[in-house]
Write a new protein. Structure first.
Length: 435
């Protein structure tokens, strides 16, 4: 985790003290269940909670023990025994390290997902507010980067709102899929521990029992989780790239907020660069990169190996921390985005009405021209205008083939900008509901 791109709320989920606290809770809840079914004394379970519930675990001490044992869970259990005393012999009975590690990881991932869902909600709120603000603000739609037909800026933001609504649904589903608990013993057979212990721990930790584990929780669950984060990152990048394009000097239809005292270049004092959306593009690449090792972690040897472990120690914190930062940055970017309707109108007018070419094409076919002829008539009048040699409407009115089918009034009718926006309300209702 790089501090520059880390928010404290997400970072705290992955801190060693948090991890050891979760490990303790897993062990203590397991002890409660063991005591309830008569495997260990009830007083022992009470003592475990009483001695360590409010303990601050000594991370340095655990690290010191691990340097000797070369085993992180044993190092923790040894330190826990130092805190709890003789009753610590009843801790971890019938359990294996993966019961603790995998259940803890899934607790952390569900907590991270809760923060990410909240982040997406903030992005959605910002997009909705600005979309309604510019619901009818005309702008040019572009395909291949070239002027196509008119849209509204509100529709551009509505596209993103719909996409992030799907992102939220996927994130909720990924959270549910990864929220499982395994307390099933060495190779997942419950030979040394009763399945009721797993059920108790799962409920206490806000998880559900893994239907069948080996020595690990199956990593396809985690692969889907990180793949979901990667898809959300791609949505972040898509919107960021749109903003970067709109901020180009030749376009300047929208622009990142530029604060008092902010500087865009060490060399050129005039610069106002889209640094936030460029940053989001880079962060999105990193989140997607973490999805690949998660997928490769699915294929483990037999009942388990630890080839996944080292990767997860990095991708768990880094992917969630990075996406959390990116989503919050994106929400702020949209909230403060500077939008320039006058520049949008100026760009709409740059091609002298060529953006209405399809309407002319359709009008000619409806008046009897073949599609092939209609396309030819419209295009031959459009190309001089493209080169800056005349006005589209004037040229059409002088074209004898066009005039065989359309009157001047018919031609003028096809240049109505509002025609393109007659279904904006319908689209908004589909995206936002009846609000």
């Amino acid at each position: 985790m790089i501090p520059r791109y880390t928010r404290p709320e997400m970072a705290s989920i992955w801190e060693p003290q948090t991890r050891f606290k979760i490990w303790f809770e897993i062990e203590a809840h397991a002890a409660d269940a063991q005591a309830e079914i008569g495997v260990i004394p009830k007083e022992a379970a009470k003592t475990i909670w009483a001695k360590a519930r409010d303990a601050t675990f000594d991370v340095a001490r655990i690290d010191e023990i691990e340097r000797e044992t070369k085993h992180d869970v044993i190092a923790f259990l040894t330190h826990l025994a130092e805190i709890v005393g003789p009753e610590a012999r009843f801790v971890h009975q019938g359990m294996t390290s993966s019961d603790v590690l995998d259940t803890c990881l899934n607790v952390q991932l569900t907590r991270a997902a809760d923060l990410l869902i909240s982040d997406v909600d903030k992005v959605l709120a910002a997009l909705k507010k600005r979309a309604f603000e510019h619901k009818t603000t005309p702008t040019i739609g572009r395909s291949h980067g070239i002027h196509a037909e008119p849209v509204t800026f509100g529709l551009k933001l509505a596209y993103a709102y719909a996409e992030f609504s799907r992102a939220r649904e996927r994130l909720v589903a990924a959270r549910k899929e990864v929220a499982t608990c395994a307390i099933s013993g060495a190779v997942g057979t419950f030979a040394q521990i009763d399945p009721r212990v797993e059920e108790h721990v799962a409920k206490a930790m806000g998880l559900v029992p893994e239907p069948i584990s080996t020595q690990v929780i199956p990593r396809d669950r985690h692969a889907m989780y990180f793949a979901t984060l990667g898809v959300i990152a791609s949505s972040v990048e898509r919107l960021s790239i749109e903003i970067r394009h709109l901020q180009r000097t030749e376009v300047l239809e929208a622009e990142e907020f530029f604060s008092e005292g902010q500087k865009g270049s060490s060399a050129m004092p005039h610069k106002r660069n889209p640094v936030l959306s460029e940053n989001l593009t880079g962060l999105s690449r990193m989140v997607r990169a973490y999805a690949m090792p998660a997928m490769e972690n699915v294929a483990l040897w037999h009942e388990r190996d630890i080839s996944h472990s080292s990767a997860e120690r990095m991708i768990g914190p880094d992917a969630t921390v990075t996406l959390d930062f990116a989503l919050m940055r994106l929400a702020g970017l949209i909230e403060k985005l500077l939008i320039y309707p006058a520049n949008m109108q100026k760009n709409l007018d740059r091609l002298g009405g060529l953006v209405h070419s399809q309407r002319l094409l359709i009008a000619l076919t409806q008046k009897g021209a073949s599609r092939e002829d209609a396309y030819k008539y419209v295009q031959r009048n459009a190309m001089p205008v493209w080169r800056g040699e005349g006005d589209f409407q004037t040229l059409l009115k002088k074209d004898p083939d066009v005039k065989k089918h359309l009157t001047d009034a018919d031609i003028e009718e096809q240049f109505d900008l509002g025609y393109h926006f007659k279904h904006v309300d319908t689209i908004f209702k589909r995206v936002f509901g009846e609000s």
